[in-house]
Design a protein around this ligand. Structure first.
Ligand SMILES: Cc1cc2nc3c(=O)[nH]c(=O)nc-3n(C[C@H](O)[C@H](O)[C@H](O)COP(=O)(O)OP(=O)(O)OC[C@H]3O[C@@H](n4cnc5c(N)ncnc54)[C@H](O)[C@@H]3O)c2cc1C
Length: 406
């Protein structure tokens, strides 16, 4: 099927063209225009971001909770990123809900064997000083003190102090409007594009920054399998979440319910909204939520607090998390084609995107400054292995229109 973009006659030159206005695309656009770059942001959908994983996410910023299932790299990127969020959110012109009041972990008594698995994995992965500083065991009174809505419902719990959360949709709106105010040029409804399509859109760029998430799959196909065969370098993991309005519940922080089959989280958003998630299914299927998943998520929420029974279901969302074979983020730098690709944010995008996109933007700026080894910015030393030089097929070679940033 031909792409949906319409050819334009007038050509505009930019330092950077960013493909994809999801999480990485918007953050990068905001960072680069503030650094003085002329930036075009090109997105297949509209400005509301509804085609992105970022739009449906719970946006928990939980390095310690995630350490129960992730690698140490994610914890370290997460800690660095939460520091950046704290500063960046203050710099946005409109208020964005952001809190660091911790994550509450609870479980039903019959599932208590899950607790040692959860804490054991956390202790194996997270730095001991982080566990020491943040992990606090609670009795039933303690659970009720920090979340009065759960008083008397759980005899024990864990508080992971200092973990954060933000309003993803508010942050996406604020990043975009601030970047537009600073001169960002946006092209919406561009269809399924890649770097080659930019000239037809009237865009000439010094560097292309590819932030298309799963939409960039074709550019990440080179991982070698056990027999040397090509394997997908990027795949989607289906995630389903419900968004409900529950004014009678009153939770203040994300709550995770440990369960052997249906571990869920409930993340409060402004105005009594809650995101209940999330399934994680090894599938590229992006069809609507299954009845089974809806039952699992909503029943688990109801078992956490019966007032969820009267909540109103606003959305049942499905998106696929873009993930690499090692579940780690990656930045690929093709100096010759002048393309930088950021991907693999997986289930931790909101947690780790600030550190990852900041590193990618440093590479872009080094490239614009004419650095012949732009992949070797200091961030490459800080996060070994995350930034890699590559050489891609010639179809992606751009006609350079590079500039210098200050
Ligand atoms: C259910 C769910 C819950 C989550 N919860 C959390 C959480 O609590 N905490 C956390 O840290 N992370 C969470 N995440 C992960 C996070 O949302 C992702 O890691 C992150 O959004 C990935 O960012 P991205 O910019 O790479 O991709 P996306 O946010 O998906 O953005 C990609 C953008 O590129 C556009 N695009 C794609 N292809 C093309 C094309 N060919 N041409 C033009 N544009 C294109 C898309 O329309 C989209 O706007 C969750 C994800 C899901 C699915």
């Amino acid at each position: 099927m031909p792409p949906a973009y319409k050819p334009m006659t007038a050509v505009q030159s930019f330092d950077v063209a960013i493909l994809g206005a999801g999480l990485a695309g918007r953050l990068s656009a905001w960072l680069l225009v503030r650094a003085g770059a002329r930036v075009a942001l090109v997105e297949r959908g509209g400005p509301d971001g509804s085609g992105s994983a970022a739009h449906v996410a719970a946006a928990m910023l939980a390095p310690l909770a995630e350490s129960a299932i992730a690698e140490r790299r994610i914890v370290d990127l997460g800690i660095a990123s939460v520091d950046l969020w704290r500063t960046w959110i203050q710099e946005l012109p409109e208020p964005v809900f952001f809190q660091e009041d911790g994550t509450l972990v609870v479980w039903h008594t019959r599932d208590r064997s899950e607790v040692s698995l959860f804490t054991g994995r956390m202790r194996a992965v997270a730095p001991p000083e982080l566990v020491q500083a943040r992990l606090r065991a609670l009795d039933g009174n303690g659970v009720g003190q920090i979340e009065p809505a759960l008083a008397g419902r759980f005899p024990q719990g864990l508080l992971l102090q200092g973990e954060g959360q933000l309003d993803n949709r508010g942050a996406m709106r604020a990043l975009l409007s601030c970047a537009i105010e600073e001169g960002l040029h946006c092209v919406w409804e561009a269809g399924e594009i890649d770097a080659d399509a930019l000239p037809a859109l009237g865009i000439k760029a010094g560097v292309v920054l590819d932030c298309r998430g799963l939409g960039a799959r074709a550019a990440w196909t080179d991982a070698a399998g056990p027999q040397g065969q090509a394997l997908p370098g990027l795949r989607g993991l289906r995630g389903e979440v419900a968004r409900v309005h529950a004014p009678d519940v009153k939770l203040h922080r994300p709550v995770r319910l440990l369960h052997p089959r249906y571990p869920i989280y409930i993340a409060p958003k402004p105005n009594d909204l809650y995101v209940i998630g999330a399934t994680e299914i090894e599938s590229e299927d992006d069809s609507p939520m299954s009845v089974r998943s809806a039952l699992e998520l909503l029943s688990a929420a109801h078992s956490l607090h019966p007032a969820f029974g009267e909540a109103r279901v606003l959305e049942l969302n499905v998106q696929r998390r873009p993930t690499r074979p090692d579940h780690l983020p990656a930045i690929r730098v093709d100096q010759q084609s002048r393309v930088v690709r950021v991907n693999g944010l997986y289930r931790h995008g909101w947690l780790i995107a600030p550190a990852v996109t900041e590193a990618a933007c440093h590479v872009v700026r080094a490239m614009l400054d004419g650095d012949p080894a732009a992949h070797a910015v200091p961030a490459a030393l800080r996060w070994p292995g995350m930034i890699a030089p590559v050489h891609e097929p010639a179809s992606n070679v751009l006609t350079g229109a590079g500039g210098t940033l200050h």
